[in-house]
Design a protein around this ligand. Sequence first.
Ligand SMILES: [Zn+2]
Length: 363
Amino acid sequence: MSVPMTGAQWRAALRAEGVQFVELEGWTGRGRDEATGKPFGPVYGVLNHHTAGVDSLNLIAYRGQGAAVPAPLAHALLPKDGIVVLVAGGRANHAGTTTGNILGAIVAERSIPRPDRASGVVDANDALYGLETENLGDGEDVYPRGQYDTLVRFNTAVCRHHGWSAGSAAGHLETSLEGKPDPAGPVEGYGRRGRFQLTMNQLRADVGERLAHAASWSPATEEDDMPEYVNLGLARSYRLASGLWDDVQFTKEWADEPGHHAENSATFVKGPARFTGTLSLRLEWLPAGEVVQVRMSEWEGGTRVHDHPPHEVIGTEGGTYSTVPLTKRVGPGREMRVELSNQAGGEIEVASVVLSALVWVES
Ligand SMILES: [Zn+2]
């Protein structure tokens, strides 16, 4: 299970997780394996870094850090635009040394202890993928939302491929014996979370959350909490006979964002959703003191399943005007309609019905 990923496996894992990437020419065959005589792997985790610079691709892919630390310096680079560059498939010079007890904790997916040199000093480049995420590392440079989202997706893609938990994602600051500080810095936001500081525990929590979902999942964002707007009415007035409950056919749409209205002009919201709004009525010919009842009814598959308690509109001289509150939750697979019942002895005219509501569609 811990054989390093092939080019095809990288591509498949990243695509499935929704990571955009480009490939550096010849990247699958690039690495320090031949030069060092130490083939890359078996692998046990992803080591996260920040670049502490900008435009680092040339440095990471080609230039390296002099004769002592030749390129490649990572397996992948994650720039600010969130589009990963695949740099090397083989052994890369990113991790330096660590200790046996730290590598053992990553292998066992336990929380990472402080280094214990007595447990032995080991070459972490043997066993860890390296991701360099572009950030100045000055504590002020912000990781944009999209970049952090990709950071989570990249780590998750690798963990999911290998069947690892989020405990296989580590940070250089956790493994380094030289006091490396990366990765760190402020993040613009993630999901419903606003600005926060990048920590490995937070990154692992976010990777763990992704792993608990299908690879195609995306975290809910604040925008998902924004209500949609429904505003419906009548194209023309109609006559309503005495006695029967009759559903209002909304034949005019000023706004119908949830699009629930199209299939059935009586349906003004389809579950699962919460909504709040008003129904404004203007009735003619309703004698003073006589009553028209208004209620919401729930339908499922064309069948009435539940009626809500009615409101009473009482006739007044010179036309009857009324506003009825609409606030409810409608469950999955159910539709909500508005119904009127004319309790007066004779026919009335429904001159105007305007429904305005905010709708929170539930996922
Ligand atoms: Zn580093």
